[in-house]
Every structure is written in structure tokens, then in C-alpha cells.
Design a protein around this ligand. Structure first.
Ligand SMILES: Cc1cc2nc3c(=O)[nH]c(=O)nc-3n(C[C@H](O)[C@H](O)[C@H](O)COP(=O)(O)OP(=O)(O)OC[C@H]3O[C@@H](n4cnc5c(N)ncnc54)[C@H](O)[C@@H]3O)c2cc1C
Length: 331
């Protein structure tokens, strides 16, 4: 495609000499949107001594814009937003996406203000409206009670996306694209802030977000003790235990295991839901799982709408059989 074609942008995050994997999830969102708009997908990366950008092409980008400067070694929001504003004014992308990480949540509001355009934060789904060709941005609203779909009438249309709301594309090592190095004058790198240091918030990390197998229970598990069955199965399968908010509210399992809108977003290969009804707030946290298995006594439970395999039955009868099949004779 030519230089004047439309562009969809995703902001890559570069820290500690590495591209944050959330950047690849964003490219997966961006790829679909760019294809629907017949646009090119660009990844914009700011940092110092940037390396390994070819992975951005393998994961879906057509163009990589690089701003590589010592002044970008640490995340100073005013510097990053000034550089991004200038780039966006020059190239006029249709859409700019960032991950709803500390980086995205900080830089995107500053950027949208400078570009005088709207920003939809913490989206769980993005699509192109086939008629208006505008970005349909879905996110929880009214305290999480409904999912609202928002259109921004001004350009660029800007959104932050919940990490793990989509899986990265399968890397294609044969893909390549254009790398464009952008230069900026020294005053762009002057900041009002002084960098002191970086401290990771360990409490925000939960093993359930990294797990390949999540065995989750809800109110249908009836009792804290019955969660032992889930722990045993998780152990056998090398997975972790997840839970609905109700199970957490009942005190059956700590909050760090909660999956959903007000809990963690997970994206495992296998998600098994035992006695979980499938409320929209729960689905929002697990819908990008590869395979969903649901066990519920109610054949009309909403969880079956997102399940690849459904069993209508009593979880408390099925779990011991399952455990036995996995080789634990004592259940
Ligand atoms: C702002 C907001 C944020 C929220 N955030 C979250 C969130 O992050 N995560 C979350 O999960 N929820 C969240 N919720 C709550 C959500 O709306 C639901 O209330 C909750 O997910 C229901 O949990 P549950 O499925 O365990 O319970 P229920 O909805 O009570 O469902 C229990 C299910 O178990 C089935 N069942 C009963 N007995 C058995 C049995 N013996 N065997 C098999 N099945 C059985 C029933 O048929 C039923 O479908 C949020 C709500 C709001 C308003």
C-alpha cells in the first residue's frame, strides 16, 4: 500500500530492553480493524536502544515507527505524549490503540487531550461498524451492569484495551514491513518530571493470568470445602483455580482468584467452569480462552453460550468422576 493509505496504530511498550507482550495482543486487535478498513497496521515504539522490532511484523504490523532516544529510556508521560502527538499530527492515523496498562492509561488521556479527540478506556471488544466504518468500542458501563458500545465521531478514534482480552496472532516469521525512524529536536525530550525509579506492583500480578489451564468454580459449588475438588483437578492438570465473584464474596476463595470484570482477565488454553451461571461480568474476564468447558445443572445457563463443550449436570457428582478419570482413586 502507498504512503497515503489509511493507518491503524497500536502503541508498543518497550521497557528493560524488551517489548512487553501486551503489544502483540494489541496488534491482534489492530490487524482485524486494519483489514476491515483496508488500512495499514502500524506499531509505534518509543524507547532507548530499541531492539527486536521484527517481532512486531511477525505479529501483524505492516509499519513500525521508531523513536529511539536516551530521553525515552524511562517513561516520562509528558515527553511520550508530546512525541506521540507530533507523530499523530503528521501521519493522521484513523485509530490509536494502547493497552490499558499503567503506560496506556497514563499516556492516552494526555494524547487525546492534545489531539482534541475522544478516548474510550478499558475496552473489552473492538469492531469496525460496517456502515459508518467507525470504531465500535465496547466497555463496561453503569458500574459494570451493562456493556456499552461507544463510537467516537472525531479522529483519531482512541481506545485503551484490557490486557488479555485477545490472544496475540500466531507469529509469522515470513512477514516483514517498513521501519520508519523518526527524529525529534532536543526540546521534545525535556520533561517537567524527574525520574526516580521503577517499582513493580507485585499485587497486580496473579498466577491465574499466566495459567494455561483454569479450573473455575461458582456458587453452584455450594461450599468452600467442595473447592478442594477443583484444587485437586487443577494440580493434576498443572492448572490453577479460578472463581466467580459470588464464590469470592461467599469467602470460599481469595479475591486473587476472581475472574471477570472486577477480577482478573484470563486467556488460558482451557477454561473449565463448574457451577458458574455465565453473567456478562464473568464472561468479560474469560471469553478469550481457547476452549471453554461448562458444567451446570441449568440447561439455559448463559455459560453454555460461550462453551465449546457443555455438560448439563451436577458439578458435585461430575467432579469426583473426573478426578477419578485423572487417576486419583480416593477422589
Ligand atoms: C460491577 C459488577 C462487577 C462484577 N464483576 C464480576 C466479576 O469480576 N466476576 C464475576 O464472576 N462476577 C462479577 N459480577 C457478578 C455477576 O453479575 C454474577 O453475579 C456472578 O458472576 C454470579 O456468580 P455465579 O455464576 O457463581 O453464581 P450464580 O449466578 O448464582 O450461578 C450459579 C450457577 O450454578 C448453577 N448450579 C447450581 N448448583 C449446581 C450444581 N450442583 N452443579 C452445577 N451447577 C450448579 C446454577 O444453575 C447457576 O447457573 C459483577 C457484578 C457487577 C454488578
Amino acid at each position: 500500500m502507498g504512503q497515503n493509505s489509511k493507518e491503524v496504530w497500536t502503541l508498543a511498550e518497550f521497557r528493560g530492553g524488551m517489548i512487553n507482550p501486551v503489544s502483540y495482543e494489541l496488534l491482534a486487535w489492530g490487524r482485524t480493524l486494519a483489514d476491515d478498513l483496508e488500512a495499514e497496521l502500524a506499531s509505534v515504539i518509543l524507547g532507548d536502544e530499541i531492539t527486536s522490532v521484527e517481532t512486531l511484523f511477525h505479529e501483524g504490523a505492516d509499519i513500525v515507527y521508531i523513536v529511539d532516544h536516551k530521553g525515552l529510556a524511562n517513561f516520562l508521560p509528558d515527553v511520550h505524549s508530546n512525541v506521540l502527538t507530533s507523530l499523530a499530527k503528521e501521519h493522521k492515523p484513523e485509530i490509536i490503540l494502547a493497552s490499558a496498562t499503567t503506560y496506556g492509561r497514563t499516556v492516552m488521556p494526555m494524547l487525546s487531550t492534545k489531539l482534541e479527540t475522544g478516548l474510550t478506556a478499558d475496552c473489552t471488544k473492538l469492531e469496525i461498524d460496517p456502515e459508518s466504518k467507525l470504531l465500535l468500542q465496547t466497555r463496561p458501563a453503569v458500574g459494570g451492569n451493562v456493556m456499552a458500545t461507544i463510537k467516537t465521531q472525531t479522529k483519531p478514534q482512541m481506545a485503551t484495551v484490557r490486557p488479555r482480552s485477545k490472544k496475540p496472532l500466531k507469529p509469522d516469521q515470513t512477514r516483514s514491513g517498513r521501519i520508519l525512524y523518526k527524529e525529534f529536536s532536543p526540546q521534545f525530550f525535556e520533561s517537567k518530571y524527574t525520574w526516580i525509579g521503577f517499582e513493580k506492583d507485585e499485587s497486580s500480578d496473579s498466577p491465574i493470568q499466566e495459567a494455561d489451564i483454569v479450573i473455575a468454580g461458582g456458587r453452584g459449588m455450594k461450599d468452600e470445602n467442595n473447592f478442594d475438588l477443583l484444587y485437586k483437578i487443577a494440580k493434576k492438570l498443572n492448572g490453577v483455580v479460578g472463581a466467580s465473584r459470588t464464590a469470592v464474596d461467599m469467602g470460599w476463595i481469595p479475591y486473587s482468584h476472581q475472574v471477570g470484570l472486577s477480577g482478573k482477565t484470563v486467556s488460558p488454553h482451557l477454561y473449565m467452569a463448574f457451577g458458574i451461571s455465565g453473567a456478562v461480568q464473568h464472561i468479560a474476564g474469560m471469553s478469550s480462552s481457547d476452549i471453554v468447558v461448562a458444567v451446570n445443572t441449568d440447561p439455559d445457563a448463559a455459560i453454555f453460550d460461550v462453551a465449546d463443550f457443555g455438560i448439563v449436570g451436577d458439578a458435585l457428582e461430575i467432579l469426583p468422576i473426573f478426578l477419578k478419570k485423572l487417576g486419583e482413586k480416593d477422589g
